[in-house]
Design a protein around this ligand. Structure first.
Ligand code: GLN
Length: 484
């Protein structure tokens, strides 16, 4: 068995028992990378030299009996998470040569755990997109079909995990960017509750929605990663100061009496037949294991996309004002200060980012603020209240993660609205601030992975993990690998 194929928990056992060394494991992953990366293009920066040093350190710790669950485990990090001394570009020309002088809070935690950084992964520019085609540095490919997208915006992280070019990865999710690529690449992805994981050092897109989370090969690894990155951080005023569970304690096969909410608004016309069937079969399987499904209503679902694209673009227009040629990254020449700002932003940002800055600036402008931004905030509250109501009846909510499996590269790039619709099932979760995960639940007749979305109560990732684990232990979907 090639080591790169294994999961975090399998490798941890082998490392701890000294059956393998971190050096062998890291070499195995980099060898795999050298064979497949040319096809996949998951990475923007590969950190082989740094990894070598970290590996020596990890092996020393393992030898002296100090192996944490992530010691010596090679991980990939989305390129909007700051890494001290290592380029962090957000897949944008404007940050093409930006080297952060500090680590994001999640990286500090991972470093303490002794992880190995494989590299920084490709993404849609500033996490704006659903296909990774909005990267300024070229598209990433879906390991299951190289002509198709891996999803986005964390498409590089998802593809790297699915192609075994790392053992697990971190992504960020503002409207679906962890769950949607996880679904399209046949892996597990979790967006934690807003406030569960520190956003310190995550390059801001829409601050009231952004959340960092793991992309992994199975549910047990998701729990291990959640343990490693969660927790209160005084550097992020929105991070929650509440007790932290041990998420691995939820890895139990038991859904007896669990109430699964099925929202009628999510099983709509236009959803792919194979996706619809796989999700319904998954619900049946859970019922067979003792869960009980209940019909619920999320009546404001129809407004989610519109609400999201007003709020996310408004926040983005404000967050991205800092890229002015003075403080960070690219600076273009101009005949005076204003001209320099304009040239820098014209050259530095791609077209989707510019579109969003304009939309957001418009929605926040004096004459339109009340009509658009304020109205969208009010609808956001209604969407949040829909979930509060639903969780009175249900312990988790189950839906498809996406309406279709992976689409072709180029298929939706000319039509932004079509692209925005790929997040129709994931966006409400960010607006409500609740946690959600996607796990593999089948394949289409074209052999493309299908994702099952499990949504939980605020700060109840544990019930999501238990439901996901129970399903996974009764199926083999997560064991399939792409033919590369
Ligand atoms: N696809 C959505 C967007 O384009 C969500 C992106 C994300 O979650 N970062 O905004």
């Amino acid at each position: 068995m090639e080591l790169y194929k294994l999961t975090i928990h399998e490798l941890h056992e082998k490392l701890k028992n000294k059956e393998i060394s971190a050096k062998e494991l890291t070499e195995s992953v980099f060898k795999r990378l050298s064979e497949t990366e040319e096809k996949i293009k998951a990475y923007l920066t590969i950190t082989k030299d740094e990894a070598q040093k970290e590996t020596e350190e990890a092996d020393k710790n393992i030898k002296s009996g100090n192996a944490s669950p992530l010691t010596g485990i090679p991980l990939a990090i989305k390129d909007n998470i700051c890494t001290d001394g290592i380029k962090t570009t957000c897949a944008s020309r404007i940050l093409e040569s930006f080297i952060p002088p500090y680590d994001a809070a999640v990286i500090t935690k991972l470093k303490k755990s002794g992880y190995i950084l494989v590299g920084k992964t490709n993404m849609d520019e500033f996490a704006m997109g659903s296909s990774t085609e909005n990267s300024a540095f070229g598209a990433t490919r879906n390991p299951y079909d190289l002509d198709r997208v891996p999803g986005g915006s964390s498409g590089g992280s998802a593809a790297a995990v699915a192609a075994d070019e790392c053992i697990a990865a971190l992504g960020s999710d503002t409207g679906g960017s962890i769950r949607q690529p996880a679904a399209l690449c046949g892996i597990v992805g979790m967006k934690p509750t807003y406030g569960r994981v520190s956003r310190y050092g995550l390059v801001a897109f829409a601050s009231s929605l952004d959340q960092i989370g793991p992309l992994t090969k199975d549910v047990a690894d998701c729990a291990v990663m959640m343990n490693a990155i969660s927790g209160h951080d005084p550097c992020d005023s929105t991070s929650a100061n509440i007790p932290l569970p041990d998420f691995t304690k939820s890895l139990v096969k038991d859904v007896k009496g669990l109430k699964i909410g099925i929202p009628e608004e999510y099983f709509i016309e236009g959803i792919d037949k194979d996706v619809d069937k796989a999700v319904r079969d998954a619900i049946k399987l859970l019922e067979g294991l003792g869960a009980e499904s209940v019909k619920i209503k999320l009546p404001n679902t129809g407004y989610a996309i519109a609400t999201y694209y007003i709020l996310a673009t408004s926040e983005a227009s404000s967050n991205l004002a800092r890229y002015d040629g003075v403080k960070y990254g690219l600076r273009a020449e101009g005949k005076d200060l204003i001209d320099m700002y304009m040239e820098t932003r014209a050259k530095g940002f791609g077209s989707e980012v510019k579109r969003r800055i304009m939309l957001g600036t418009y929605a926040l402008s004096a004459g339109y603020y009340e009509a658009y931004y304020k109205k969208a905030q009010q609808v956001r509250t209604l969407i949040k209240m829909d979930f509060d109501e639903a969780f009175k009846k249900a312990d988790v909510i189950i839906t498809p993660t996406t309406p279709t499996a992976a689409f072709k590269i180029g298929e939706k790039t000319q039509d932004p609205l079509q692209m925005y619709l790929s997040d129709i099932f994931t966006i409400s979760v960010n607006l409500a601030g609740v946690p959600g995960a996607s796990i593999p639940c089948g394949f289409t007749k074209d052999e493309l992975p299908i994702g099952l979305q499990i949504i939980g109560r605020p700060f109840d990732e544990e019930t999501i993990i238990r439901t996901a684990y129970t399903f996974e232990q009764s199926t083999d979907w997560h064991k399939r690998k792409p033919n590369l």
